[in-house]
Design a protein around this ligand. Structure first.
Ligand code: SF4
Ligand code: SF4
Length: 304
């Protein structure tokens, strides 16, 4: 089988011991992987020979047993990269961080979420402890910093005191609590350059516990509940029109292929990033489909 998937992300469950104001998944706390889903994920990893896995939540360290169940079924585990995105809550000391990280049967990378929102729950000393624990265990360590304003970049100076690790920056997107709390990076006007951009996650896939597989790990799957963006198997997803559109085309072309009458003046400043414009385009397509279906059923009723 041809391997089209550079990385599979797995949402193992949505439970979390932090309560960040910008949390994108705050509404799904009760969901976690079932045994049947664990088998499905393992089969998919082996069938598509996926060599990079990412476990996310919620907080994935609350689901070490489930993660190890998946890892125990992976055929070529020693050649598979395994990373987690964590809130680092277990790093009160370097020793406690080493103890928790050592419970994973394989772990090659740890990505810590740290920003003005996580900072309320995680003192900087824990960042240092986690970095040192990863260094001691030979695990690659990095931080992902979500910003809602350029001023938030000042936190990088603080992080430099914790260690010389890479820091990636991403924008807060309006999903989950971030949307409810009105938190996201603000743009002055619509930046039309986004029309020539593509989905940033187009080479990967994610398995959302309780739902299925999708190339989307952001606005569409979290903000648009009744949708065609998630499928029960990898094969169904790869064959879907949505997957073909989002992985092959920039947004300008997707608008054309969906036959949407959208022009630059239909977009707002909040559509200036790929996920913002993507949600707007596919919502417009769903509305167009819905309108088409109600015209069809109206015609059918009238012809009876
Ligand atoms: S953003 Fe992450 S750490 Fe914060 S509440 Fe949500 S899942 Fe937990
Ligand atoms: S919202 Fe669209 S652009 Fe963003 S990850 Fe999902 S599919 Fe990709």
């Amino acid at each position: 089988m041809r391997n089209k998937i550079s990385e599979l992300g797995v949402v193992v469950g949505y439970a979390c011991n932090f309560k960040c104001a910008h949390c994108g998944v705050s509404g799904k706390k009760q969901l976690r992987l079932t045994r049947a889903e664990i088998s499905l994920v393992v089969d998919s990893i082996n069938s598509y020979a996926i060599r990079s896995l990412l476990f996310v939540g919620g907080e994935p360290s609350l689901y070490v047993e489930d993660i190890n169940r998946i890892l125990s079924g992976v055929r070529d585990l020693k050649n598979t990269g395994v990373r987690i995105t964590t809130n680092g809550h277990f790093s009160k000391t370097k020793a406690s961080a080493i103890q928790l990280l050592s419970k994973f049967s394989r772990l090659t990378k740890v990505q810590l979420s740290y920003d003005v929102f996580h900072k309320k729950f995680l003192p900087l000393s824990r960042v240092t402890n986690l970095y040192q624990a990863c260094s001691a265990l030979g695990i690659h360590f990095s931080v992902v910093l979500s910003i809602q304003s350029p001023l938030d970049l000042a936190l990088i100076q603080d992080l430099r005191k914790a260690g010389p690790f890479p820091v990636g920056v991403q924008k807060v997107l309006p999903t989950g609590s971030a949307r409810e709390n009105g938190l996201s990076l603000l743009f002055q006007s619509f930046d039309a350059d986004v029309l020539s951009r593509r989905c940033p996650n187009r080479d990967g896939l994610i398995y959302l516990c309780g739902e299925g597989f999708s190339v989307c790990c952001s606005s569409l799957v979290f903000n648009c509940p009744a949708n065609n963006y998630i499928h029960s198997t990898v094969g169904r997803h790869l064959r879907s029109r949505f997957y073909k559109l989002i992985t092959k085309h920039p947004f300008q072309e997707i608008i054309g292929r969906l036959g949407l009458p959208l022009s630059v003046c239909d977009f707002k400043p909040c559509h200036s990033n790929p996920c913002g414009i993507c949600e707007h385009i596919f919502t417009a397509a769903a509305q167009k489909r819905g309108a088409g279906e109600s015209i069809k059923s109206c015609r059918k009723r009238n012809s009876l």
